[in-house]
Design a protein around this ligand. Structure first.
Ligand SMILES: Cc1ncc(COP(=O)(O)O)c(C=O)c1O
Length: 401
């Protein structure tokens, strides 16, 4: 195995201003005295990125001049080719605008396509920066909670039909694959969702940042690839940052097949003052191009490793903590676990996990009311770290307080 595929290697990230590991951030997020938690929270990976990406950045670095730059011309064809070959989504270059992250893009979309007081629909439990973006921009949240049916999360289409009838609901944010519940939505589910939004004049923002992290047996369907009418009624947010662990490089894209939507976004991007209308970064684009062109086999190895980590965690937790349910991981590297049967009291569960187990996890309550009792566990780390965390969790929750 090539060195850059050694996912077992523990790389010390201390002193690198890593958001996941930095003691000050841990203390801000989890509270004073929690600086040393073993972090399996924020969605980045503790793996080195593929060597081909480092080499491409080194080549650019060695040029020694980093003045105002356009997006590396290799970025667009690399992205287009990737989506065509991996997802059968045919993107035209003029549909793409670069952004410095998907969360910033979601904010710009809310700012441009809704008015203060309008409602934006989300499907909790869901990635909490969506709610933050809606509220920070003076908009209101419309909730279409996911439902658990036969042990699996599903969209509630009857509820969706009711929610989008309200004229103030102007935008819906689709999380596909879904963070934190790990669902990869089927084409049929996306069709139902898309039709209901379309019939009610609701624009769809499809956040597909996790689309490459899909487990064996599942297939991601890009929302805009389903039909021309969905393409015209949507903005897709894409990035190589989750897939190849490049989040610090602040590079992502939005894809807008509808020219009217593009014109609106051009105005918004102009207002944001990005140099040359470019929202990405010099090294971010170089890295993403190299990733899309040359790191496909690394990704296939990564998925195998993540899937093994998932199977280990599921087997271990469900055996050692009877009643705990580890949900299917269809996509993402974020495992959604229901601990309510062993620790019905959420405050007590969180206390035991943080103070006794010493792990920093994303607590289910952060993702919405229907996340209560759950934890989201980031398994994108060397197996030995995951084992250490899992054993600590079991030790803390098994043994009472
Ligand atoms: C669904 C989802 N969207 C967006 C992001 C973050 O995107 P970015 O770092 O590009 O702002 C994450 C990161 O965890 C995510 O899970």
């Amino acid at each position: 195995m090539e060195k850059d595929r050694n996912f077992d290697e523990i790389i010390d990230r201390s002193g690198t201003a890593s958001m996941k590991w930095e003691p000050q951030v841990l203390s801000n997020v989890f509270g004073e005295g929690k600086e040393d938690l073993l972090p399996l929270w924020v969605a980045d990976m503790d793996f080195q990125c593929p060597a081909v990406i480092r080499q491409a950045m080194e080549k650019r670095l060695n040029h020694r001049v980093y003045g105002y730059s356009l997006i590396d011309p290799g970025y667009f064809p690399a992205l287009i080719s990737w989506y065509k070959r991996r997802h059968q989504f045919e993107i035209r270059e003029d549909w793409i605008k670069t952004t410095p992250g998907v969360v910033p893009a979601v904010n710009y979309i809310i700012q441009r396509f809704t008015q203060p007081g309008d409602k934006v629909l989300i499907q909790p439990p869901v990635y909490y920066p969506f709610a933050r973006a809606i509220l920070n921009n003076g908009r209101r949240i419309a909730e279409n909670p996911l439902r658990i049916e036969h042990g699996q999360y599903r969209m509630d289409f009857e509820d969706l039909k009711e929610k989008v009838k309200e004229p103030r609901v102007k935008l819906a944010i689709l999380c596909s694959p879904h963070n934190p519940v790990g669902r990869v939505w089927t084409k049929e589910e996306l069709e139902m969702f898309g039709e209901i939004c379309l019939e009610n004049g609701v624009l769809v923002t499809s956040d597909e940042i996790h689309c490459d992290l899909v487990m064996p047996g599942f297939k991601h369907v890009c929302f805009a690839s389903i039909s021309q009418k969905f393409a015209r009624n949507s903005i897709t947010c894409l990035a190589a940052s989750k897939t190849f662990n490049l989040a610090g490089l602040q590079q992502s894209s939005i894809v807008m097949p509808n020219p009217d939507i593009r014109d609106e976004m051009t105005i918004q991007i102009e207002k944001l003052g990005f140099t040359n209308g470019i929202g990405g970064t010099l090294f971010g684009a170089v890295a993403a191009a190299a990733a899309y062109n040359e790191a496909e086999s690394w990704l296939d190895n990564l998925i195998e490793y993540l899937y093994d980590n998932y199977m280990y965690l599921k087997t271990f937790l469900e055996k050692e903590l009877p009643g705990v349910k580890v949900y299917d991981l269809q996509g993402t590297y974020l495992v959604w676990v229901d601990f309510s049967a062993v620790r019905p009291d959420g405050t007590e569960r969180i206390r035991l996990l943080e103070e006794k187990a010493g792990v920093g996890l994303d607590h289910g309550e952060w993702f919405g009311d229907n996340g209560a009792g759950f934890e989201r566990i980031n398994i994108a780390c060397p197996r030995s770290i995951l084992e250490r965390a899992a054993e600590s969790i079991v030790g803390a929750l098994q043994g009472g307080s």
